[in-house]
Ligand binder design. Structure first.
Ligand code: FAD
Length: 370
């Protein structure tokens, strides 16, 4: 008899499995996918660790989380500095002095600040009625037109004039030459890929892949005292109250017979005409080197497209609107009544979690439970 059956080998499941095992519990981890690691799964192709479910950059200000993950992986010094491509014009992101210099030729922070103020004044918006007006009131017309408008439109599948203003509360403007996207104390990519990191977390733990909990629920439940379920909460209850909605992304991967496609891990396409939102070139997460430190002759890129989600698609981002929030609360009430089953993780709690936040949540969950 196992103490815990853990449904899902993503970060939540893997961290809980590790903590429970270290506390002397007997655990079994199952996952319906053919691989461990959930959405942080990386697959090695042509010597490159390809982020199969979207680019993942680890960043955190939580020292205890950093101390925890670095027990299972060494992290490289990758810093996320995306580039924006607007009809072939390249800009540095997030908005910083390199961006403003390219946009307007301004050289000093005072000049940049004055230019933004001038554009905000010219627009004369006092009470923004939609996302377009909100963005212009925060950063002026040029930045909005070239770097925000098309990208946001593609992401949401609607014109910015039809999107609510509250989606953009603030737009960070840096009057420094700092293009480090995340303001985090600790960041990087695990050397050897995320899959290797999760493999290390699960070291010595029994894992069964290609095992869908719902295909043999009664049998699997009978194996353990308790179940930690990290799959979609609505699926657990057979969608009986309705289906929780997600926003989705579609990835188109391509292997190219050249060493360098775009010279950066992430390039955002900010015009409305290019159909994809961004292109990820995976090798640059690891400075173009394979695990042995050699240059890689080929490259792998992923074009990302925002797509409408329909039941059965891969769930990516929960939709935080009233309807879905209420539905989740109803499912949560049912979940609270389950005596043997505990719910956690991004799908179990219908919540967007960054990796550091999901690890923190799993550690706290384990502390309470064990
Ligand atoms: P998951 O990784 O989804 O794990 C759940 C597991 O449960 C899956 O393996 C699934 O197969 C399994 N499962 C589900 N149902 C069943 C079933 N019935 N039977 C058996 N197994 C089942 N965070 C960052 O910090 N930085 C980033 O740059 C970043 N980029 C992201 C990009 C995208 C596109 C997305 C969507 C998220 C990103 N994140 C990022 C967040 C990160 O992916 C999550 O924090 C993390 O994956 C959550 O782990 P989890 O264990 O909760 O869920």
């Amino acid at each position: 008899m196992y103490d815990y059956l853990i449904v899902g080998s993503g970060l939540f499941g893997a961290v809980f499995a590790r903590q429970a095992t270290d506390a002397g519990k007997k655990v079994l981890v199952i996952d319906k996918r053919p691989n461990i690691a959930g959405n942080v799964y990386t697959e090695k192709i042509e010597g490159i660790h390809v982020h199969k479910y979207g680019a993942h950059i680890f960043h955190t200000n939580m020292k205890h989380v950093w101390d925890y993950v670095t027990k299972f992986a060494t992290f490289n010094r990758f810093t996320n500095s995306p580039v924006a491509n607007y009809h072939g014009e390249l800009y540095s992101l997030p908005f910083n002095m390199y961006t403003f210099n390219k946009m307007w030729g301004v050289v000093t922070p005072e000049e940049a600040a004055a230019k933004i103020e001038e554009q905000k004044k010219e627009a004369g918006i006092t009470e923004p009625k939609n996302l377009e007006e909100q963005a212009i009131s925060l950063v002026g017309t040029d930045i909005y037109e070239k770097l925000i408008k098309g990208y946001t439109q593609k992401q949401w599948g609607r014109p910015c004039t039809e999107l609510p203003a509250f989606i953009i509360k603030r737009l960070p403007v840096r009057l420094t030459f700092d293009n480090n996207y995340f303001n985090a104390l600790y960041q990087g990519i695990p050397v050897g890929g995320y899959t290797k990191m999760v493999e290390n977390m699960l070291d010595g733990i029994e894992v069964r892949l290609n095992t869908d909990y719902f295909e043999n629920k009664a049998e699997l439940d009978a194996l353990a005292e308790k179940v930690v379920y990290t799959g979609p909460i609505d699926a657990f209850f057979d969608f009986k109250l309705g289906t929780l909605e997600y926003r989705s992304v579609r990835f188109e991967n391509e292997t190219l017979d050249k060493p360098n496609f775009q010279g950066n891990a992430a390039v955002n396409y900010t015009d409305a005409e290019t159909p994809w939102t961004r292109i990820i070139e995976h090798k640059w997460f690891e400075f173009g080197k394979d695990d042995e430190g050699n240059d890689i002759p080929k490259t792998i890129i992923s074009r990302e497209y925002s797509s409408e989600w329909k039941p059965g698609d891969e769930p990516y981002y929960p939709v935080n609107d009233e309807k879905n929030g209420k539905l989740y609360e109803q499912y949560k009430q049912l979940a609270d009544k389950e005596e043997k089953v505990l719910f956690g993780g991004r799908l179990g709690e219908y919540k967007y979690y960054d990796m550091d936040a999901v690890i923190d949540s799993a550690l706290k969950f384990a502390e309470k439970e064990l």
